[in-house]
Design a protein around this ligand. Structure first.
Ligand code: AHG
Ligand code: MN
Ligand code: MN
Length: 339
């Protein structure tokens, strides 16, 4: 039996941390709690979607596409509802909504924060029962009062107040940073509480995993091709050849690499020079976590967190992982920049 004194809940943890900020009034604490609440509801739905998929196999062709879409929309609705009800946030940018959702009610208009969110990441993996996630970025608003605006959301990652993700995997975890390290909380499904399970997460010293969708190899820039070849060379001293692992859910790939030591790359291609992943709610939050865990995140040339966003759904190439691995990839990108 587990002893209660060894468990620190998410709520206990953030209240304890709040005391480190003498002027904090608990708004960020409430915001993180709102996110955790929505995550638990989404988690419940994801788990039962799995059951429906198993028992509903005959209806696969018609229903699964719809079910998957339904979960994207469902997750979006849950996070929006929780954040609107919590009233600490005055606007949201979501992957599922073309424009900023500005909360216009007397409580939310006083909210100090804005959030960019990918409510369900890796949603094409749902029907295969593969890990999926939610990713979020939290910024302080720039406007003074009223519903939040596009301008409040178009901030570079260096302005982030907090960022994190939820991974709905073999267990469900919430991992986040407020700029003082990275902490991971595992959902105890028996009581519905996130408990601190991974304090002060850091990339391991030894890293030998690379994650990239090699199916796109012919379209990659020369630097990325050279890096893949570097990963595959025989050099036992540097643990090469590295191991290749690619799930196709950013949250799951990133989380595994954080725990086990690996680089994740989603590069630009000639046809899509900015790649696929979105700066505001995919690249920036994982970049903040990576940096706080002793790693690095760039677009191949520049720090992800320094990019000034110009539009809500802007994309950026992403190279994220342990510092040394990312720096090696950057070196080859500089030397072989052509496509
Ligand atoms: P989303 O489900 O939010 O649209 O994100 C999917 C993303 C990301 O999770 C993953 O890293 C990437 O798509 C995989 O893309 P490829 O299938 O092109 O490898
Ligand atoms: Mn995504
Ligand atoms: Mn998504």
């Amino acid at each position: 039996m587990r002893s209660r004194k060894n468990i620190k809940t998410l709520t206990e943890f953030i209240i304890e941390r709040q005391s480190e900020y003498p002027h904090a009034k608990g708004a960020l604490t409430r915001l993180l709690n709102d996110i955790a609440t929505a995550a638990k509801i989404v988690n419940r739905e994801i788990n039962s979607a799995g059951l429906v998929d198993i028992f509903g196999y005959v209806g696969k062709e018609n229903v699964q596409g719809e079910a998957q879409k339904k979960l994207d929309v469902y997750a979006n609705e849950q996070f929006i509802a929780a954040l609107q009800a919590g009233a600490e946030c005055c606007a949201i940018a979501s992957e599922e909504n073309e424009k900023v959702i500005s909360f216009k009610n007397e409580f939310s208009e006083l909210g100090k924060y804005v959030i960019a969110i990918d409510p369900l990441d890796g949603s094409s993996n749902i029907e295969a029962n593969v890990s999926i996630g939610t990713i979020f970025s939290i910024y302080r608003r720039k406007s003074e009062i009223g519903g939040g605006t596009l301008d409040d959301l178009l901030q570079p990652g260096v302005n982030l107040v907090a960022a994190g993700y939820v991974i709905y995997g073999s267990s469900t975890m919430l991992v986040f940073t407020t700029g003082k390290g990275v902490n991971g909380f595992t959902l105890d499904p028996t009581v519905g509480i996130f408990c601190l399970s991974h304090p002060d997460m850091k990339y391991p010293e030894v890293s030998n995993i690379y994650s990239i969708n090699e199916g796109n190899y012919i379209y990659f820039p020369e630097g990325v091709k050279k890096y893949i070849k570097f990963c595959q060379e025989d050099d036992p001293e540097t643990l090469r050849p590295y191991t290749s692992r690619y799930i196709g859910s950013l949250v799951a790939d990133f989380h595994r690499n954080l725990i086990k030591g690996g680089i994740f790359i989603y590069p630009g291609t000639k046809q899509h020079p900015t790649g696929k992943l979105r700066l505001l709610y995919e690249c920036n939050p994982v970049a903040f976590i990576a940096e706080q865990a002793g790693g690095k995140a760039t677009d191949g040339f520049n720090r992800i967190m320094s990019i000034q966003p110009e539009s809500l759904h802007q994309r950026a190439p992403l190279f994220v992982g342990p510092k040394k691995m990312v720096e090696k990839a950057e070196e080859l990108m500089r030397d072989f920049s052509a496509f």
